[in-house]
Structures are given as C-alpha cells and as structure tokens.
Write a protein that binds this ligand. Structure first.
Ligand code: FAD
Length: 370
C-alpha cells in the first residue's frame, strides 16, 4: 500500500493525497452508520479528473490495493468502510456541472456534486433533480447506493434518473454505460448493473441525469392519528387509491415527543402518531389530492389535519420530519449510538411491521420519560 501511495503522490502531486489521522477517520467511520469497521483506509486521494482516477486505478491494480470511492459520506450502512485498508478516493474536487441541456431536460455532472447544489445551480430553469436522500449526499454516492428519498413515492429512485455513466474500472479502463438517448433498448443495461453497486464494480467519474419539471403547485399536510395502525392504514389507503402524492412519511408518538423535547423546529407538536404528506402537481391535481387525503384521513379517525400552501410555511410544517434523526442524535446519552436503518415489507404488512417493532422497542427501555 505504501508503494501505491508514493506512486499516486508522484502522479497526482502531494496535495492530492492525505494520510492525516482525522481525515482517515472521517473516511472510514461515521456516527450515523449501522456498521463501523475497526480498520481505516491507509490514505485518502483527491482526484480532479477522470484521467486522475484512471491513474489511481492503474496504480492500485498493479499493487492489488483496494479502492473505496467516497462522495458525501452520508450513507448509513457502512458503505464506505475500508475493511481491508486500501485507498479512499474522495471526489471533493470533482464537483462541477459539466453540461446542462435544459431543452433536453438532462444534465452531465461530476460525482462530487451534491444534489442540493445541483438543484441550486439550475433553479431558474424550471427544472429540478427530484431524488433527495441525506442533505450532504453527492451524485457519486447516490448512484453507488441507488438511493431514494422522501420523493420516492412519486419520482422513484436513483436508477430511474440515470441516462449514462462514465465509469473507471479497477484496472483503469474507462467505459460509458449508454451514451445519451433516453429511450434505447440496444445493448446490455449497464446502468442497472452500476447503479447500486456501492463502488464494487467501478468508479463513476461523470453522470448524465434526467431532470423533471418543477411542479406548478406544492402543499404539505400534517395529520395526527389515535394509533400507529390507523396512521399506517391511512397511508396504505392513499397509495391503493393512486392519489399522486409527492411524499408520505410517518413519525410515531415517541418520535414526535423527541422532536418536542429537543425543540429544534420552533413549535410544539401533538405527540400522536403523525403522517406527513407532500402534494405536487397542477393546481387542480393538488386541490383534488388534498380533498381525497382529507376524506381518507377522517375515515381512519384522524385527530387533526393541518395544511399549508405557502412555500416557507410548508418548510416549517415539514420540519419535524426533517429534524427526526438530528433530534434523536441530540437526545442520546453520552457514549450511546443511534441506529438508523430501513426495512422493506410488502405494502399489506406495513401497519403490522410498525406495530410489532414498537412493541419490541417498548420492552427495551431505551427512552427515559420526558
Ligand atoms: C439525514 C439522512 C437522511 C437520509 N435519507 C435517505 C433516504 O431517504 N433515502 C436513501 O436512500 N438514503 C438516505 N440517506 C442515506 C444517504 O444519504 C444515501 O445513501 C446517499 O445516496 C449516499 O450518498 P453519499 O454521497 O453520501 O455517498 P457515500 O456515503 O460517500 O458513498 C455511498 C456508497 O457509494 C459508493 N460511491 C461513492 N462515490 C462513488 C463513485 N463516484 N463511484 C462509485 N461508487 C461510489 C461508496 O463507495 C459507497 O459504497 C440518508 C442519510 C442521512 C444522514
């Protein structure tokens, strides 16, 4: 590994390589990851171009050194851990928009560009990139994890938005997965192979992504329920009826209590199981969706229904959902860790899953009463 690091320093310059302890730690350990390995990478390398990544791959291949791509470092399941040491490749210096083609509704970017920065850079165009995982996530890692986000119920996941990738393979060869046509059935579907491969099949150095029109109208509703089962059943009902909501999320009474205790949202919430719904579409679609969701909520025994049209106030209404993880982190006792993860079950089992998990958690006595 030392030989590889020296050769990479010679090829890219000393400034492109770090062996500082805190940099190694931040690239091999994460406070919000369910898995943290005892080992750290032996060096972190900061390429500036596809050509730099090719050099890194050729050198690492020669010395059989593992390469671990690293973008925003926000993944939650130990994705960027370095169990065999090796070299972490950080795309901090590859964070540019290469080409934005508004008329084609697509954009080519480097892997170190954050999805929020991407949206900021095109916000006057009437288009946006709808996949919204952790706020610090960047395109390379979003491709690596095939991430989703709160918009997934409406816009799908990362795999649905990738048109073409430039990928450096482990021996330094470069391939393009598809070029630019959106509708093409020619050849192997390499996008599907690469998206979600967690850096194990190659290193993405450029990505062409589809963009969506910014919806004409948005709205947010926050609805509280007497039980977690009634809240979950309401959400299932909304999906069954095909109501085109932008996002639908659930926080239980315990989580609402945690958000209140930490107080980061500037208001006090009802401490009941709560559903958060985003509405997106034309004026008419949003109005119709709200009225249907209101009726369904009341059929499932909703206690309150708050709705907001104004964009700034929508953010405040969505804030409890946004602050959930950070409130939990703020409330833990020193030395404790937060384990945040995902589970997947068929739609028909969602209510049972939440109810059973809550029963299990109650028995653990994790939270002291407020
Ligand atoms: C508050 C919070 C909320 C979140 N919400 C969601 C959510 O709703 N949905 C969701 O899916 N995730 C969510 N996440 C998890 C996380 O944001 C996503 O997994 C995200 O896609 C990771 O992107 P990243 O840039 O941080 O990737 P990293 O953590 O840096 O890397 C992730 C994986 O991709 C690989 N990788 C990185 N760059 C490249 C590259 N250039 N080429 C090839 N492979 C690469 C890495 O090796 C690693 O395996 C959340 C995280 C937080 C902290």
């Amino acid at each position: 590994m030392d030989k590889a690091i020296s050769e990479i320093s010679l090829a890219l310059g000393n400034d492109a390589v770090s062996k500082e302890e805190d940099i190694l730690r931040s690239h091999g350990y994460s406070e919000w990851s369910t898995t943290n390995i005892d080992r750290l990478p032996v060096a972190v390398v900061f390429p500036s171009s596809t050509a730099d990544v090719v050099k890194i791959a050729e050198i690492c291949s020669k010395y059989k050194v593992p390469i671990i791509p690293y973008s925003g470092g926000s993944s939650v399941e130990g994705h960027f851990s370095a169990p065999h040491g090796g070299i972490s490749v950080d795309f901090m210096n590859m964070n540019k928009v290469i080409e934005f083609r508004a008329e084609d509704m697509d954009i080519t970017v480097q892997p170190g560009l954050g999805w929020m920065d991407l949206n900021e850079s095109i916000k006057t165009s009437g288009l946006f990139f709808p996949i919204d995982p952790g706020p610090s996530a960047q395109i390379g890692g979003m491709i690596g994890t095939n991430c989703s986000g709160t918009n997934a119920v409406r816009y799908g996941t990362m795999k649905d938005w990738v048109v073409n990738l430039t990928v450096v393979l482990s021996d330094g060869r470069v391939l393009k997965t598809r070029r630019r046509p959106r509708k093409s059935s020619a050849g192997y579907n390499l996008n599907s192979l690469m998206v979600g491969s967690e850096g194990t099949l190659g290193i993405v150095t450029e990505a062409t992504l589809k963009l969506a029109p910014i919806p004409e109208k948005t709205g947010v509703a926050v609805i509280s329920f007497p039980s977690i089962k009634s809240a979950a059943n309401m959400a299932i009902d909304v999906i069954h009826r095909g109501i085109p909501v932008g996002a639908i999320e659930i926080l239980d009474d315990v989580m609402m209590n945690v958000v209140n205790r930490v107080g980061a949202t500037g208001r006090t919430w009802k401490e009941d199981p709560t559903i958060f719904v985003k509405f997106v579409g034309s004026q008419a679609t949003v109005a119709d969706s709200i009225s249907q969701v209101k009726q369904i909520s009341s059929r499932h025994g909703s206690l309150t229904f708050e709705f907001e049209h104004d964009e700034e106030r929508q953010k405040r209404l969505w804030s409890a959902r946004k602050e959930a993880l950070w409130s939990m982190l703020a409330l833990r006792k020193s030395g404790n860790e937060v384990w945040s993860t995902d589970v997947a079950v068929p739609l028909s089992k969602v209510a049972d899953l939440i109810e059973l998990s809550k029963k299990d958690l109650e028995g653990l006595g994790l939270l002291e009463a407020s």
